[in-house]
Design a protein around this ligand. Sequence first.
Ligand code: PRP
Length: 229
Amino acid sequence: MIGRNNKILGIALTKGRLENETVNMFEKMGMDVNELRNKGRRLILPISNEEGPPGDGIGQRCGIVAEVILAKAPDVITYVEHGVCDIGIVGKDVIMEHGGRYFEIFDLGFGRCRFSLAGKKGENFYKGHGIKTVATKYPGVARSYFESKGQDVDIIKIEGSVELAPLLNLADGIVDIVETGETLKENGLEVFEEIAEVSARIIVNSVSMKLRKTEIEKFVAGIERVGKA
Ligand code: PRP
């Protein structure tokens, strides 16, 4: 199955962190984002442009051309992989952790943050000879980082507020995303090492990429236009 509705593009959008900037971007592209801004608890919203004849493509004065599906980040990947959404907007952090079969086609440039190894301010993460313990929401990213350095670590999966783990002496350090650095600072932690840069990406279902190439290219061209404005 390709998309929920084969007439319009299905765009899975990560709720929360990336949502506002994406809605602002859609607005700049000429889309009517009224429904998205006043969504209440709805999870599927049309994005429309009602000022012209249908069928011209996204941002081209073309009636309802897409629907936005609001989902948690890992689920954005699942919906795109399974082809129930054509396009996904999701952070590179989640892409790095979850992998999957889809095309990553565009760096949106917002939602910028860094994967970092952090821990208690002033401590040396590597001191002593014992195997270090690392807490993280991203065990895959943490494992491959330490493997690439040839270091053996114990990894503990935490679901949120990972900063608690070193404070409670559960772990020697954390691997997490750092945006402003405020959460670390306010909890007496600091970055030890930077692992990778992260930003919002567009991913596309591999079948949609072939069957809806023109619409997807128009969508990306619309984004490039407002990006350059
Ligand atoms: C992320 C991350 C840090 C915080 C970093 O958590 O895990 O805790 O944001 O942001 P900062 O550098 O701007 O302070 P998120 O807000 O996604 O919540 P969570 O920890 O509950 O998942």
